[in-house]
Ligand binder design. Structure first.
Ligand SMILES: [Fe+2]
Length: 389
């Protein structure tokens, strides 16, 4: 680098606002975020650097709060512990309140009061938002969520590459900044925030610890790398959703020695195919009116995962999906049913991470109709449709 370039760089850095050079330190205790909603329970997670005796005080609406001790999940090589408490034994569609109580610097403290709902297969509606490929960009999400009203959604989906190349160095500071920002902007203290892993979540030194921060029905954070299961199903009112983990974006020409470890990810996708075969044989959608499929990398069309398509497409073809969701390509598109060999369902691919290319998907289903809207950060409706039956 020439002396001139170095001088220019130093000059440029001086012009940057202080906040851009050194992000403000996060509070010692972040807001709680809801995970793994089912018809009989929900999980509360609370990241904290120094809290002790963490308890979730909770009760159904109209009933007093009772305390449940949270379990400490220490995040090695970071200052953080992500406390965990599962509220269980609930009825479908139960509504309740909770606050998290703890000791901090020798004094009793607590979070504000939040609300939760369990999922209800009998509910008349399900509404959710999908964002993808944020690549740690809080301002992108901040602009997107301005286009949504709080009553527009019951839960959110981070459809991959939202926590990009997470690294241990620096105490995984960016990971916790992401968690803090996404919890706040997606109101995840009140509405579950579901993580779908993208290829960038599988990379770098913190990737193996991400499973300690999220709760999914089959995810075991002690499982060996490659055996951890990020795929899941969810039933919410008239909606049945299947999420598969496409993993890295290796393809058939990726060298075996690449950091993309194609052999490992091919075996992950094969294992998922076995799970998919067994799972779909039981027709898990039940009487759900609408069937949705989501994965970070599209299984069909441009930028798709070849081995995911090879292993999964024959199985997915028989599942009767009404809509397919994906991200990964950084440019939004909607592909009509039947294109590129995809099953008889429309594929919606969200964009990002630049604010000018980012999208937010807004989905609402009732027994009779499915409506979808893909919004840009400036409020432009990029694509929208309502399907009735
Ligand atoms: Fe990606």
């Amino acid at each position: 680098m020439t002396h001139y370039t170095v001088a220019a760089l130093v000059g440029l850095l001086a012009l940057l606002p202080l906040a851009a050079q050194a992000p403000a330190e996060l509070p010692a205790v972040l807001a709680p975020y809801l995970q793994n909603p089912t018809s009989d329970g929900i999980t509360v997670r609370l990241p904290a650097r120094s809290a002790e005796q963490v308890r979730v005080a909770w009760g159904l609406e109209g009933q007093p709060l009772t305390e449940l001790a949270a379990t400490a999940v220490a995040i090695d090589n970071t200052p953080w512990t992500v406390w965990r408490a599962r509220l269980s034994g609930l009825k479908a569609g139960a509504a309740g309140r909770y606050e998290v109580r703890y000791r901090l610097d020798g004094a009793e403290a607590k979070t504000p009061l939040y609300h939760f709902h369990t999922l209800d297969p009998r509910a008349g509606t399900a509404r959710f938002v999908v964002v993808n490929d944020l690549h740690d960009r809080e301002p992108t999400l901040a602009a997107l969520v301005k286009q949504v009203r709080p009553e527009d959604f019951d839960f959110s989906v981070l459809l991959g590459d939202c926590i990009a190349d997470p690294k241990v160095a620096g105490g995984a500071a960016q990971v916790f900044r992401d968690i803090d920002a996404y919890t706040r902007l997606l109101n995840a203290s009140n509405k579950p925030m579901l993580l779908v892993r993208g290829n960038h979540e599988t990379r770098n030194t913190f990737a193996r610890q991400l499973a300690l921060l999220f709760d999914l029905p089959l995810l075991d954070p002690t499982a060996k790398w490659g055996d951890d299961q990020w795929q899941f199903m969810l039933r919410a009112g008239p909606l049945w959703m299947l999420v598969l983990d496409t993993g890295e974006d290796d393809d058939l020409s990726t060298p075996e020695t690449s950091y993309k470890a194609p052999k490992l990810w091919q075996s992950v996708r094969r294992r998922e195919a076995d799970w998919l075969r067994d799972t779909l044989a039981a027709k898990p959608w039940g009487d759900a009116a609408w069937r949705l499929y989501a994965s970070h990398i599209p299984v069909y069309g441009d930028g798709h995962s070849l081995t995911a398509q090879q292993y999964w497409a024959p199985l997915l073809a028989d599942a009767g999906f009404d809509l397919l969701l994906a991200g990964h390509t950084h440019s939004w598109r909607v592909t009509p049913r039947g294109a590129d060999g995809q099953p008889s369902a429309t594929l919606v691919v969200g964009g990002g991470p630049d604010v000018a290319k980012a999208t937010l998907g807004l989905y609402a289903v009732t027994d009779r109709q499915l409506s979808r809207k893909l919004l840009a950060a400036d409020g432009t409706v990029l694509a929208a449709a309502t399907v009735a039956r």
